[in-house]
Write a protein that binds this ligand. Structure first.
Ligand code: SF4
Ligand code: SF4
Length: 298
């Protein structure tokens, strides 16, 4: 029917006009900042550091391994590890700065962190009057509690907490088993020798424990190799013998040396002079001199 398309277009326009006044999903704007959108969990703005418990200094998950610093494409992370009185590096950062004016929110630092220490924030209202120092965020500003991480990334935070708890439980069980083995080894008969080598392991959550393998080491027999193929008989080198033939020439039975390519086929000298042209009337070089005419008979 003529004009059907026009009628459909007018219907959609009227529907949007009326719906924009009462349907929240179709409101083109909200009254920001009084009202805000609920951000999806995977929204990301800038990185922050997670700490457990109430003490940001004691509970910081970051061990200053500097992996994120190396992985950051625009190199906007700067880390200096803490050191003790003897100058030994500690597993915590002394300085941890991120330049938000350079950060592009790629999340590669989060992906590369093996300790679930650095995560992406939902906070995007960041303004500063100084774009250099004002957007350089320091450790005390970056550190945020795990409860905040649960608030903005609930599913991710719950999965990480469960994994860390499981790792910690396994590490404690291993430490307990190692302690029991050590205690039983201390009560073993005198003279018993232990050939196991103690080793120290560090779990994912940074809990160290000492393990000792006290069992007698199992010596595995050397693998049997298949019979090797018979080796080709090696002909001893022929000793050259020097002889003198009947003509007094020195001869030898040693094989002649291999002929080099340069000897087998002489190279053409590009700049060598061409052979001299043979003049047609010239006497052949080896022609005998003309015979002298016999003297006239007297
Ligand atoms: S945030 Fe993670 S990757 Fe970066 S230094 Fe700390 S522990 Fe290492
Ligand atoms: S989000 Fe990307 S650019 Fe920003 S600090 Fe992490 S790795 Fe660097």
């Amino acid at each position: 029917m003529l004009g059907t398309g026009i009628i459909k277009g007018l219907y959609i326009t009227a529907k949007n006009l009326v719906g924009s006044y009462h349907d929240p999903r179709r409101l083109p704007t909200i009254e920001y900042p009084e009202k805000r959108y609920t951000l999806p969990e995977n929204f990301r703005s800038f990185p922050f550091l997670v700490y457990d418990g109430d003490d940001a200094n004691a509970g910081l998950r970051c061990v200053a391994c500097r992996i994120c610093e190396k992985e950051c494409p625009p190199q906007c992370i700067y880390i200096v590890p803490e050191r003790d009185a003897k100058g030994r590096v500690q597993k915590k950062p002394k300085i941890f700065d991120i330049d938000y004016s350079v950060c592009m929110g790629c999340q590669l630092c989060v992906e590369s962190c093996p300790f679930d220490s650095i995560k992406m924030d939902h906070h995007y209202e960041i303004t500063a009057t100084d774009r250099f120092e004002g957007l350089l965020v320091h450790l005390d500003q970056l550190a945020k509690p795990n409860s905040y991480f649960h608030q903005i990334h609930p599913a991710d935070a719950a999965e990480i907490d469960a994994r860390r708890a499981e790792d910690k439980r396994k590490a404690e069980a291993r430490a307990k088993a190692a302690a029991a083995t050590k205690a039983s080894a201390g009560t073993s008969p005198a003279g018993a020798s232990h050939t196991g080598t103690p080793h120290v392991e560090t779990s994912h959550v940074g809990v160290s424990h000492v393990g000792a393998s006290l069992a007698k080491p199992v010596v595995k027999p050397a693998p049997q190799l298949p019979n090797p193929a018979p080796r080709a008989a090696v002909t001893p080198p022929r000793t050259p013998e020097i002889e003198t033939d009947t003509a007094g020439q020195v001869t030898t039975n040693s094989p002649p040396p291999p002929q080099r390519a340069s000897q087998a086929k002489p190279l053409h000298a590009p700049n060598a002079a061409p052979p001299a042209a043979t003049l047609p009337n010239a006497a052949p070089p080896d022609a005998p001199p003309p015979a002298a005419s016999p003297p006239d008979a007297a």
